[in-house]
Ligand binder design. Structure first.
Ligand code: AMP
Length: 181
């Protein structure tokens, strides 16, 4: 899943994972879990999460490797890769990380409002400056991955500015229309 913070990646990834009966791997959730559990890794990344900064590739790579090892064949990956360096490293390490990409499109102003409104109690959703910072990082580092993936995997682009069930239906229709890898 690719999309801006607030585009609904978590919600959609959970719905798609349920539909396909595969695990939902969210690097953000896994990292927040490490922080909550007070692990060494959690302590190392806590400040960056709170500031809306990306966690170093090596640390997120460790979390992803563990989750993929547990997931087996199929999974919905949400929040990774987030940079070209992560995508390239994953490509080298895993071969094909993704059979398909679902790209949730959402204008920044809508994404920003959603983040400010959502009540998940995440520290990085409260502060307008942190929200703006996350959106900037998204544009600079993650959005270029949509083009990076084109030609490597089918990209299903879905308008994220609609009710969640409609977004899920459109994503599924797009995925089901693809040739099986
Ligand atoms: P998310 O729940 O996907 O919005 O992620 C929340 C936070 O976790 C991000 O703002 C980053 O600090 C960190 N994070 C999640 N995934 C990654 C990743 N692939 N690379 C670096 N940092 C990440």
């Amino acid at each position: 899943m690719l999309g801006a913070p607030g585009a609904g990646k978590g919600t959609q990834a959970a719905a798609l994972a349920k539909h396909f009966g595969v695990p939902h791997i969210s690097t953000g959730e896994l990292l927040r879990g490490e922080v909550a559990a007070g692990t060494a890794l959690g302590q190392e990344v806590a400040d960056r999460l709170a500031a809306g900064d990306l966690v170093p590739d090596e640390l997120v790579g460790r979390v992803v490797a563990e989750a993929l090892a547990q997931a087996g064949e199929g999974y919905i990956l949400d929040g990774f890769p987030r940079t070209a360096a992560q995508a390239q490293a994953a490509d080298e390490r895993y071969g094909r990380l993704a059979d398909a990409v679902v790209f949730l499109e959402l204008p920044d102003d809508v994404a920003g409002r959603r983040l400010a409104d959502r009540a998940e109690g995440r520290p990085d959703d409260r502060d307008p400056e942190v929200i703006a910072h996350r959106l900037r990082r998204y544009h600079d580092e993650t959005l270029p991955l949509v083009d990076w993936y084109r030609g490597r995997a089918p990209v299903v682009t879905v308008d994220g500015d609609r009710p969640p069930d409609d977004v899920t239906a459109e994503a599924l229709a797009g995925l089901e229309g693809l040739d099986r890898p």
